[in-house]
Structure formats: C-alpha cells, structure tokens
Design a binder for this molecule. Structure first.
Ligand SMILES: Cc1cc2nc3c(=O)[nH]c(=O)nc-3n(C[C@H](O)[C@H](O)[C@H](O)COP(=O)(O)OP(=O)(O)OC[C@H]3O[C@@H](n4cnc5c(N)ncnc54)[C@H](O)[C@@H]3O)c2cc1C
Length: 423
C-alpha cells in the first residue's frame, strides 16, 4: 500500500494496536475524527495479549511504594520469584533505578494512588460499556480478585483493606474457611484472603482487544497491519501541517499522531529529541490444561509466592513477577520454574498447553503512564507506560488522548500523567 492521496490527510494515526492504541482509536472515532490504527501485528498480540486479564479496581499502589524498601534485602540475592534483576542492566540504568526507588516514599505515594484511582475508575466504566458493545460481554467475569496469604497475615490484609476503603474501594477479609467456601476447588493452603469485590477479569485479554478492534472498524475506523518505521513533521521542520508516518509498505499523512507502542514507545521518539526514561518490567506466563472438576472461580494472587493464577479460555494461566533487564534480552524462565510447582500445590491442573510467553510491562520511574501532548511538537500525543495495569487502564488512557485532541477535558484528572514531567 502507498501514501494516502493528495489532500487526504487523516485526522489521527494511532501507532500501536494494543489495548491503549485500540482504545484511543475508538474514542477518537466516537468524536467523529477519521482514524487509522497501525500495528505490525494483529491487534492485541503483544503485552495486551499475555497479561493476567484482571480489570483491577484496587491496583492503585504501584510496585515502588514504601514497603519496597523492606522487601529490597530479599531481592539482593537475585533468587526471589517476585523480582529478578540483571546486574549489567542495573549498572547501565542506575538513573532509572534511583528515580524509581526515589518515588517509593510516603510523600510520593498518596498522590500517585489518587491519580491512578481516577484513571482506573474511568477505565473500568469504559471496559464494562465497550465489552458489551463489542459483543464480547461473555468474556468478562464479575467475580472479583482474591489476594491470598499462606501465613497469618490478617494485620497486613486489614491495613490494605483500610487503605482501599479510603478510596471507596470495597474488599472482604476472609479466613481459611471463607476462602474454601469461595474457591471450593483449591487446597486449603491460604490462611488469609482479601477479595477485591469490584474487580473483574476476562478470559482472554487478546481476544477482548481484537473485539474492540472489530468495534473500531464498525465505527468506521481503519486498522492497518504495517511496520512503523518513523514519523516526521509534514511541514519544513514544523509539525503545524501534520505528520508523515513512514511505514514498511508506504506512508500516511495525518494531522495527529498518537504514540501507543507500549514498551517500544521510546524508540520511536528518540529521533525527535525525546529521551523517555521508559524501562520494562518483564513478566512471563504459561497456560496449563485445567481439570474441569477443579475449576478456579476467579484469578488468585498468591501474595507470598509472587504469582497469579487466572482461569482463561485456553486453561489456567500462571503469571510470574518482575524481571528487570533489557526488553529484548533472551528469556529466563527461572521465575516461572519457581512458581508453577507452587501453583500446582494450590489447584490441580494438567500439562502445559503451549510454550511459555514473555512480555514487557512499560514503566516510567514514577509508575504513572504518560498521557498527553509531547512538549515540543504540535499534534504529537503520548499514551504509554501503563506498567502492571495497562489492560485495566488502556480505555481511559486512549479516551483521555482523544479528548485532548478534540480540545476537551478528560473525564478524570490527568495532570499527574503529563509527559512534560520527564521530557
Ligand atoms: C505478565 C504480565 C501480566 C500482566 N497482568 C495484567 C493484568 O492482569 N491487568 C492489567 O491491567 N495489566 C496487566 N499487565 C500489564 C498490561 O498487559 C500492559 O500494561 C498493557 O498490555 C500495555 O498495553 P499497550 O497497548 O501499551 O502495549 P502493547 O499491548 O504491547 O501494544 C503495543 C503495540 O505496539 C506494536 N508495535 C511496537 N513497535 C511497532 C512498530 N515499529 N510498528 C508497528 N507496531 C509496533 C506492537 O506490535 C504492539 O501490538 C500485565 C503485564 C504482564 C507482562
């Protein structure tokens, strides 16, 4: 395919067809803008495919919260299932690590929780609306999300519950018996549970993104499969006249570009002079044949084992913790190898249905996404960095960008997500 014809400038090109990009496309189209979403793969094939599918109401505290300091000594030996780190990567990225840790202080925690709470609330509303409109309503389960502790952790659970309650987020404290009543098919290994009752989950996040992409097509938007090679202002060095997006099979001329390339976003922006401090927290999953007589009712987060088990369309998906290394470094399955036997000790399941999957959570030092205009260019919009909760927060991230393009105010306070805080 080649360049769109002379005079045919599209309003918005969204780069990336993960949950964030497809959502931006839907929201822009709903505002009457002409839209093309471009991805080298099919929609929802990367990070938005392999996540745990949790639409979390309560994930308002990022990994770099004050309790991280207490956990750090346990990570130094590099044997933890929760966090592995590549020493060479840490040496090369000391600035990012220092800034990430610098945010793990009480004074920087509450404001970020408030910002994320607003983003999450707006996003869950859109997910619940869109998933029905996209004819994928059967994929959402309103059964909550169970965080469970093996040790007597009632105090920790109560503290978490009280903190969530300050934001109006409901949860139920459970003892061993109540956990067994809720999840009759698991072994009684957990003594304490906190059920996030307003959290939902889906049985295939990749399929949900594909359904949203189909909905976007139905609204008159285009979804194009092509490699994005670069972007440049259409005018002589100025972006006032829009942008030219160079593709593997041609180019498109557009008024606005939305960068929603998830963990690949910083690469595209470097030639424009933006050095975005975007790291990735890699994570893995593997799926296993379920025993129909031992079905899980909802995703379970094993707090001390540092893994998640989610009942999915293709089986039980076990997801691992965080690996800090280069985005494209070879896979290391050490964390999965640790947690899969632990998961088998909770619920019975069969053999693996496929090879392990690896993904990369895109994370800025404050664990808040960038949502807004690029500081030094007209018509360039940034929508990435949604860390561990991007599947949850994708719709409102995209909707906020569409609102800003239209000169409107997002439905939540997006000031904490302004790109200018880093670039
Ligand atoms: C193990 C794990 C578990 C997780 N669990 C959850 C969860 O339960 N709930 C939750 O809310 N979040 C979860 N997350 C986080 C969530 O998956 C991500 O934050 C989210 O998917 C990011 O979406 P995105 O659209 O920004 O990126 P992506 O989905 O990665 O989309 C970016 C797109 O850009 C495309 N692209 C990149 N470069 C180019 C190029 N040059 N040309 C064309 N296309 C390009 C890619 O093909 C890709 O499709 C989890 C993440 C991991 C790794």
């Amino acid at each position: 395919m080649s360049e769109n014809g002379a005079g045919q400038q599209i309003d918005v090109a969204v780069l990336g067809a993960g949950i964030v990009g497809i959502s931006a496309g839907i929201a822009a189209r709903q505002r009457g803008l002409s839209v093309v979403v471009i991805d080298r793969r099919e929609p929802g094939s990367e990070t938005s495919y392999g996540n745990a599918g949790i639409l979390s109401s309560g994930s308002i505290l990022p990994l770099n919260k004050p309790s991280l300091w207490r956990a750090l000594p346990g990570y130094l030996g590099n044997t933890s299932a929760a966090l592995r780190w590549d020493p060479m990567w840490v040496m090369r990225n000391l600035d990012w690590v220092a800034r990430f840790l610098g945010n793990a202080v009480p004074s920087r925690t509450r404001p970020r929780a408030e910002a994320l709470h607003g983003l999450i609330g707006a996003s869950l509303k859109l997910h619940r609306e869109w998933i029905v409109k996209a004819n994928a309503g059967q994929r959402i389960r309103e059964t909550g999300w169970l965080k469970a502790w093996r040790s007597a952790a009632t105090e920790a659970a109560k503290q978490e519950q009280a903190f969530l309650a300050e934001f109006g987020i409901e949860s139920q404290l459970l003892d061993r018996q109540a956990i067994s009543a809720l999840e009759p098919n698991i072994l009684p290994v957990y003594t304490t549970g906190l059920l996030h009752t307003q959290t939902a989950s889906v049985d295939s996040p990749g399929a949900v993104v594909k359904a949203y992409a189909q909905m976007l097509r139905g609204l008159g938007g285009e979804v194009r499969q092509s490699d994005v090679k670069g972007i440049e202002p259409a005018g002589q060095g100025s972006s006032d006249q829009g942008w030219r997006v160079a593709l593997g099979d041609g180019a498109v001329s557009v008024r606005h570009v939305v960068v929603a390339l998830g963990p690949w976003s910083a690469d595209l922006l470097r030639p424009l002079g933006y050095r975005v401090p975007l790291a990735v927290e890699r994570g893995y999953h593997q799926e296993f044949t379920p025993n129909p007589a031992r079905a899980l009712q909802r995703p379970i987060h094993d707090a001390e084992g540092s893994f998640l088990m989610s009942p999915m369309e293709n089986g039980i998906r076990v997801t691992s913790g965080v690996e800090l290394t280069d985005r494209d470094a070879p896979s290391s399955f050490a964390q999965l190898d640790m947690v899969v036997p632990m998961a088998r000790g909770v619920v019975e399941f069969g053999s693996a249905v496929a090879e392990p999957w690896r993904g990369a959570r895109p994370t800025l030092p404050d664990s808040l996404p960038m949502i807004g205009k690029a500081p030094r260019h007209q018509g360039l919009w940034l929508a990435f960095g949604n860390q561990h909760i991007g599947f949850t927060t994708g719709p409102a991230t995209g909707a906020a960008i569409a609102a800003m393009i239209a000169g409107d105010t997002p439905s939540f306070d997006a000031s904490a997500f302004a790109p200018g805080r880093y670039i």
